[in-house]
Design a binder for this molecule. Structure first.
Ligand code: GDP
Length: 316
C-alpha cells in the first residue's frame, strides 16, 4: 500500500500525489468509505492523507484515510443538515479580504473565524489592494488590527499591483499547508497568481486517465508552490451559513468572549445578552472587547435562532 496526499476531489474521483514518487494518481475509493465523522457528506477532502493501491500508471484505489489533525467544513450544498468537508490537515488559514473594492465586510471575518476556531486553526487575515488605500482605509486597518491582532495569527496588508508584502506573505506560508479563502472580487486569484504564476488561473483540464473530473471552480484544490508550501484554494467559500450551529457554539467560538466568560455569573452557559453580571458586556463597556465584534455576534445568534424557530415550526 502506498501513501498519498489528496490534492483535488471532484465527488467520486480523487486526485492525489504519491508521497514517495510525487506521481499523480486519479483514484476512487474501495466501496463505500467509512466516514471518519458521521455528519459529513463526503468521506475525503483535499489535504487528507490516504493509503492507496495503484491499479495502473495513473489510477488507483483508496483504501484508508489517515486520522485528521483538523478539518474545515461548510454546510453541504445538497443537504443542509449535513456538513461538506472542504479541506483537512491545515496549518494556516489565509482569509483574503479588502477594505475597498469590494467594501469591507467585518461580518464575514467573524463568520470565518467560527469555522476555524473549534479546530484551533490559526488564521492570517490578508487585506489585499492596499495600493488603493487612502487615509480612511489606513485608519480602518489600524482599527481592524486592534480588534483581530489578539485573536488571530496576524493581519497583513498586501497588493498584487505593487507587490507590497508579497515576500512576507510567502514567508508566512513557508513549509505549511495553507487554506486560502475569500469572497469573490477580493483578488484571491490574482494573489495566487502572484504567489506562483499560473496557479490561480483555473483551467478546464480534464483528468487524462478518468476522462472525468473536469475542473470546476466549486471544488477545493491544493497547489504545491515552488518553495514547497502547499496552498489550498477554496472557491466554495464565498458565503458561509450556519444551519448546523447552536447559539452556544457561536458563544464558545468567539475566542475572546469565551475566555472572558469565566467571569460571567453563568460562566460558559452565558449567551452574553440579557444575563446579569455578564463579564463580556462589562468588557465591551470598558473597551476590552470590540463592540463591532459583539454586534456581529448578536447578528449571528439572531440568525441561528430564527432559523431554528422556522425549522421547529415547519411541520405546523
Ligand atoms: P477573486 O474573485 O477574489 O479571485 O478576484 P480576482 O483576482 O479576479 O480580482 C478581482 C479584481 O480585483 C480584478 O479586476 C483584479 O485585477 C483586481 N485586483 C486584484 N488584486 C488587486 C490589487 O492588489 N490592487 C488592485 N487595485 N486591484 C486588484
Amino acid at each position: 500500500m502506498k501513501k498519498g496526499l489528496i490534492i483535488r476531489s471532484t465527488g467520486s474521483w480523487y486526485e492525489l500525489i504519491d508521497q514517495e514518487t510525487n506521481n499523480k494518481y486519479s483514484c476512487r475509493t474501495a466501496g463505500k468509505m467509512k466516514l471518519l465523522k458521521k455528519d459529513l457528506s463526503n468521506p475525503i477532502g483535499v489535504g487528507d492523507f490516504v493509503e492507496f493501491e495503484p491499479e495502473s500508471e495513473n489510477q488507483g484505489i483508496i483504501h484508508k484515510i489517515e486520522p485528521r489533525k483538523n478539518y474545515i467544513v461548510r454546510q453541504s450544498p445538497k443537504n443542509k443538515h449535513q456538513l461538506h468537508l472542504i479541506a483537512a490537515n491545515i496549518d494556516l488559514a489565509v482569509l483574503v479580504t479588502t477594505l475597498i473594492q469590494p467594501t469591507f465586510k467585518p461580518g464575514f471575518i467573524d463568520r470565518f473565524l467560527i469555522t476555524t476556531e473549534p479546530q484551533n486553526i490559526p488564521v492570517l487575515i490578508v487585506f489585499n489592494k492596499s495600493d488603493l488605500w487612502k487615509e480612511s482605509e489606513f485608519q480602518l486597518f489600524e482599527d481592524c488590527k486592534s480588534i483581530y491582532r489578539h485573536i488571530t495569527a496576524g493581519l497583513l496588508e498586501v497588493s498584487t499591483v505593487t507587490l507590497k508584502n508579497i515576500e512576507l506573505l510567502k514567508k508566512n506560508l513557508l513549509g505549511k499547508t495553507c487554506l486560502v479563502a475569500g469572497q469573490s472580487g477580493v483578488g484571491k486569484s490574482s494573489l495566487l497568481n502572484v504567489l506562483q504564476p499560473g496557479i490561480g488561473l483555473r483551467t478546464s483540464d480534464i483528468s487524462s486517465s478518468s476522462g472525468k473530473g473536469t475542473h470546476t471552480t466549486t471544488f477545493a484544490e491544493m497547489f504545491i508552490l515552488e518553495d514547497g508550501s502547499r496552498v489550498i484554494d477554496t472557491p466554495g467559500i464565498k458565503s458561509l451559513s450556519f444551519n448546523n450551529l447552536e447559539i452556544m457554539d457561536v458563544a464558545h467560538n468567539f475566542k475572546e468572549f469565551f475566555e472572558t466568560s469565566v467571569g460571567c455569573r453563568f460562566g460558559s452557559k452565558c449567551t452574553h445578552r440579557n444575563e446579569p453580571e455578564c463579564a463580556v458586556k462589562m468588557a465591551i463597556e470598558s473597551g476590552h472587547i470590540s463592540f463591532q465584534r459583539y454586534q456581529n455576534y448578536i447578528n449571528l445568534i439572531d440568525e441561528i435562532e430564527s432559523q431554528n424557530y422556522w425549522e421547529r415550526n415547519k411541520k405546523f
